[in-house]
Design a protein around this ligand. Structure first.
Ligand SMILES: [Fe+2]
Length: 192
């Protein structure tokens, strides 16, 4: 837990290229922690034989999950593919399904992949200098389709909570793969 008092105003700096802030708590996600999420199990196995790459990291303010406050931070998603599937975050619903989130792209490019429990899907491009609104009730995942790190600033209701389980079990309906050097959105063959 950091020393900020979110009853008061304060300033935090984030690096635009790396997303890093000395004042935020850093969490790293490696391929082995999300190996089941990629379609190509053989490609996962092969990559893990030679190491365990960091797929993404996030830097966030460790605020209490309290109604009325805003949680915020940055995500840095590295470039790469597993088979032909681009590096991505695990993705989650909010425990409080009726809470939205805003992501602003600081550098890099990619997609925000979203879906609601009814099966409606949205894929929004992420471009430097643009903000994307993730509506309430939509699970969300970021995908890096570029050649450099994708860095995003995010903010959401501090008491929203994260539900990773549903996505870990079912996956997203849509995935993004590289075809002839370009990103293509396809149905997820592993979706249950
Ligand atoms: Fe979220």
């Amino acid at each position: 837990m950091n020393s900020f008092d979110c009853e008061k105003s304060f300033l935090v700096d984030f690096n635009l290229e790396t997303g890093f802030s000395e004042k935020a708590e850093t969490t790293k996600r490696r391929l082995s922690q999300m190996s089941e999420m990629y379609c190509d199990s053989e490609a996962v196995k092969k990559l893990l034989e030679t190491g365990d790459p960091i797929v993404y990291a996030f830097h966030e303010m460790g605020f209490p999950e309290r109604k009325g406050d805003l949680a915020f931070g940055t995500t840095i998603l590295y470039p790469g593919t597993v088979g032909d599937e681009y590096y991505m975050t695990k993705g989650h619903f909010h425990n409080q399904l009726d809470t939205a989130e805003v992501y602003y792209t600081l550098s890099g490019e990619g997609y925000m992949v979203m879906e609601n429990p009814e099966g409606d899907t949205i894929e929004m491009p992420l471009k430097k200098g643009e903000a994307v609104y993730v509506p309430k009730r939509y699970a969300h995942r970021t995908v890096n389709t570029g050649k450099r790190p994708l860095v995003l600033f995010f903010t959401f209701a501090a008491d929203a909570g994260h539900d990773y389980g549903a996505i870990e079990t079912k996956g997203f309906r849509k995935i993004i793969v590289e075809r002839d050097g370009k990103p293509v959105i396809i149905d997820n063959p592993k979706w249950k």
